[in-house]
Design a protein around this ligand. Structure first.
Ligand SMILES: Cc1ncc(COP(=O)(O)O)c(C=O)c1O
Ligand SMILES: [Zn+2]
Length: 446
């Protein structure tokens, strides 16, 4: 057994028993594909600020942050206060609510390009609905997506997104056109294929920016090509919304999407998401009182939990805090401190690799360095794949965990930073990361 595995078993011993129970409850042992960490997942009981606490009582500096939802950190006071105020007023009111209107107004205030919106319960539903709206509005059937870009687990989005496609019908696969993240390839396709309704893009690059796009040029060029060919431009801002700026990637880089999908941060850790876009396009969802339109052409949507009261009050509080405080800038500042410290740790330990990333997303690559400005990485796709295969990625996450921090992983690691990551938490992470590199060396991973 290596140094890391030995530490892992000692540190997370009580999680083993929970995993044994989890295996009898869940197919595959866990209830989200990303919650598994080899050799067993770690189980948590509570969280506050930048920290989460596991069943063994370990305090872990958390950079999973609700899979990117918790820009204000765990237990954000405005959200928790709003939820506390709400308890006792009903969990579902069986009709339209004042909160859903206030919530929509708050979303639109930060993202004014979403002229009309619809709520859903998750980012996956939002991208599904966005694609349906695009097909309904244009009368065309195909959607272009990019290799590895992740838009949730719905059938259309799952194609070439790094997930297994078991159970997805061929007819669905045939409606998706998957291209490399290359605007020229999009243009060539649109010149030949006149049946394309929309292009959808993960704004910061595949897998929360693990495979960075050369922005803002990439998104501007993509938007131009979409306009030229009258194809809808869908910005998937599930990760970037309310993070890359208060108004997301579209505000930061001055873009004008036809449709936007948002989730995660907008609901403060509650299950909530939205899709929105130009009023004329979104109008395809409205009843007209014309039977043919209402039953055959209108784009329909259901969803028991769309803007359910607890999500709505949490979301309103979270977005208000983002609007009226410097939380986004604070998270960026903490991320910069972390990124600089991690890069110093690579140098100090003479390990090849680097940390890069935009705003409050810090990406780690082991085994490759480049001349990037540590913000917008220009590493070629093949280098990212070849330097961070899944075994190495898992070893990296394990080594970081046994040294007191956790983050998301996919061909590398991503530290999702929040406004709650104070200097103490960040500096502890950097010291832990330095030890993680030593442990990886001891285990001959680097
Ligand atoms: C860019 C992007 N789109 C969509 C989704 C799906 O969101 P959800 O997990 O809320 O269904 C994700 C989830 O990580 C995502 O990163
Ligand atoms: Zn780089």
């Amino acid at each position: 057994m290596g140094v890391i595995d030995d530490k892992y078993e000692k540190m997370f011993g009580k999680s083993i028993a929970w995993y044994e129970r989890g295996k009898t409850a869940f197919a595959g042992g866990v209830t989200h594909q990303s919650r598994f960490t080899a050799p067993f997942p770690t189980y948590y009981e509570w969280a506050d600020g930048p920290y989460k606490y596991d069943v063994d009582g370990n305090q872990i500096v958390d950079y999973v942050m609700g899979n990117g939802s918790l820009l204000l950190g765990h237990n954000p006071k405005p959200v928790v206060d709003a939820l506390r105020d709400h308890i006792g007023k009903g969990t579902h009111l069986g009709g339209a609510t004042t909160w859903e209107v206030l919530y929509a107004e708050q979303v639109k205030k930060l993202m004014p390009k979403m002229e009309r919106i619809r709520f859903t319960a998750a980012g996956t539903e939002s991208t599904l609905l966005a694609m349906r709206i695009a097909r309904g509005y244009t009368g065309k059937s195909k959607i272009i997506k990019f290799y590895e870009h992740f838009h949730g687990w719905q059938d259309y989005a799952a194609i070439d997104s790094g997930q297994s496609v078991g159970g997805i019908p061929k007819a669905v696969k045939d409606t998706m056109i998957v291209l490399p993240a290359d605007v020229k390839a999009v243009e060539r396709t649109l010149e030949k294929n006149k049946d394309v309704a929309a292009v959808i893009v993960e704004c910061n690059g595949a897998h929360f920016g693990t495979f960075p796009l050369q922005n803002p040029k990439f998104l501007h060029d993509l938007q131009d090509v979409c306009r030229k060919h009258k194809v809808l431009f869908i910005m998937d801002e599930v990760i970037t919304g309310f993070r890359l700026s208060k108004g997301g990637a579209q505000e930061r880089w001055n873009l004008d999407p036809d449709i936007t999908t948002v989730a995660k941060i907008m609901a403060g850790g509650q299950p909530g998401a939205a899709v929105g876009g130009k009023a004329e396009i979104m109008q395809v969802m409205a009843f007209k009182g014309d039977k043919e339109w209402d039953t055959q052409k209108r784009v329909a949507q259901g969803g028991t939990y769309n803007a359910n009261p607890t999500t709505a009050v949490a979301g309103i509080a979270q977005l208000k805090a983002i609007e009226t405080t410097d939380a986004v800038a604070q998270a960026d500042k903490a991320a910069k401190r972390l990124k600089d410290g991690l890069n110093e740790a690579f140098i100090k330990n003479e390990v090849v690799g680097h940390a890069h990333g935009i705003a409050s997303l810090v990406q780690i690559n082991l085994g490759y360095d480049c001349n990037c400005d540590r913000e917008l990485c220009n590493m070629p796709y093949e280098k990212i794949y070849s330097s961070m295969p899944s075994e190495k990625t898992r070893a990296l996450r394990r080594s970081v965990l046994v040294n007191g921090a956790d983050g998301m992983d996919w061909n590398g690691m991503c530290f999702v930073v929040s406004a709650a990551h104070n200097n103490e938490a960040v500096d502890r992470t950097i010291a832990g990361f330095s030890q993680a590199l030593k442990d990886l060396r001891a285990d001959r991973v680097v």
